[in-house]
Design a protein around this ligand. Structure first.
Ligand code: ZN
Length: 409
């Protein structure tokens, strides 16, 4: 017999994100930072675990307990903001005109290059605090606003520093191929070579990233360039991700599948062949419905066809200063239902088990299982159906990482 360190009790529902489903009236016991028990109180009483005087009790107050949410696609390290650009776009100025006048990614690039590592850490920390406050315990963050050797390394060092000092677990992605920086447009092939031959070996050698990602679109990189970059990443042990098929069906999903990418992201215009390829490769589809909302566009990835085609679907905030300035991951559940046709269970799996798979963390995050790290969130809603239903407000009561209360309580 040994005593639990912490007991989460009083939940109306525990959403496990496993085949066990959503358990009514369950308790969660934690010992040494790991989940020790999930199930009924009577079962716990009959188990080898005891609830002693030293066991901390966390009252879920009739709420919903979920795995700590996973945000599998963000760009939340950056300097500056683009509120003016948002206002201009909303009132009708085309993006191409804004970009031609020095706005867009290039504006964030200039501000991020000008900021020190310490400044970028200080700017990103409150964003991570807000993410945690929405129940997120694991998040992916991409580089991609440095767009030269020193500044891409700087961004990844910022992510490492944040990971070491903030409760949210971070998954770093190298996105040197976000766009060709304005000062390199006269020789884009040379920029791609620098990404492959100089940046990727340095990033991988210093252990600064898990993934390598490429933005495949008109105006960014084409399929051949993306394949070159991702193959260089794979050769150095960086797993592949891809921004694909956002503006038009360009074979991005097929490329992601062919390279065994862990995820393909955006996919607003993925083709039928692309869906079949993703399913066969086990590549997770990461959908970003906040961006279309923010940009006032009606583009919708075919979430139902992806799911019915056998692709695991994840949802992410895409938190970035230009096309989706929010840390509200639960809002994406609502957009996932209202705009993409997901069910409540599909939506919640999309920010737990499937999101963990999209960042290669499914063995340790995204589901509540005995023996796993005790990362979980408690929301003040009576069931998983109510989290997307009552939208635009923050229902988070409490967040635990490694069995410690790190938010609320
Ligand atoms: Zn992105």
């Amino acid at each position: 017999m040994s005593a639990l360190d912490l007991l989460v009790e009083g939940a109306a529902e525990v959403f496990t994100a496993t085949s066990a489903g959503a358990l009514p009236d369950a308790v969660v016991g934690i010992h040494a930072g790991k989940i020790a028990w999930i199930g009924s109180r009577a079962g716990l009483a009959a188990s080898d675990w005891t609830v002693g005087d030293a066991t901390r009790r966390v009252d879920a107050r009739g709420g919903l307990v979920t795995p700590g949410l996973v945000d599998p696609h963000t760009h939340l390290v950056f300097a500056g903001d683009r509120a003016d650009e948002y206002a201009r776009r909303a009132t009708g100025t085309p993006y191409l005109q804004i970009a031609a006048q020095g706005g867009g990614i290039a504006a964030t690039m200039r501000a991020t290059r000008a900021a020190s590592e310490e400044t970028l850490v200080a700017l990103a920390r409150p964003r991570l605090d807000r993410l945690l406050g929405f129940g997120v315990t694991t998040a992916e963050i991409k580089s991609g606003y440095g767009l030269d050797f020193d500044n891409e390394i700087k961004m990844l060092r910022v992510i490492r520093a944040l990971d070491a000092t903030h409760p949210v677990r971070l998954v770093p992605t190298f996105l040197g191929a976000h766009t060709v920086p304005p000062d390199r447009r006269d020789d884009r092939a040379a920029y791609v070579r620098e990404v492959c031959e100089r940046m990727i070996p340095a990033v991988a050698g210093a252990g600064l990233a898990t993934f390598c990602d490429v933005f495949v679109e008109q105006g960014a990189f084409d399929l051949d360039e993306a394949e070159t970059v991702l193959r260089a990443g794979l050769a150095h042990g960086l797993l592949a991700k891809l921004h694909a098929d956002q503006l038009g069906a360009g074979g991005g999903a097929e490329l992601a599948a062919r390279l065994g990418a862990v995820s393909a992201d955006h996919l607003e215009h993925v083709s039928r062949a692309g869906i079949a390829a993703l399913a066969a490769a086990g590549t997770v589809a990461v959908l970003l419905p906040g961006a279309a909302l923010f940009l006032g566009q009606d583009d919708r990835p075919p979430a139902r066809r992806l799911i019915e085609g056998g692709v695991r679907v994840a949802l992410a905030t895409d938190c970035n200063p230009g096309t989706c300035m929010t840390e509200n991951l639960p809002l994406m559940l609502t957009l996932g239902m209202s705009r993409l046709g997901l069910s409540p269970t599909e939506a919640l799996l999309a920010v737990t088990a499937h999101a963990a798979a999209a960042v290669g963390r499914e063995a340790v995050a995204g589901s509540l299982q005995v023996g796993r790290p005790a990362d979980l969130a408690i929301f003040g809603v009576p069931s998983h159906r109510h989290l997307p239903y009552h939208f635009g407000v923050n229902h988070t009561l409490c967040v635990l990482v490694d069995g410690r209360v790190v938010h609320g309580g």
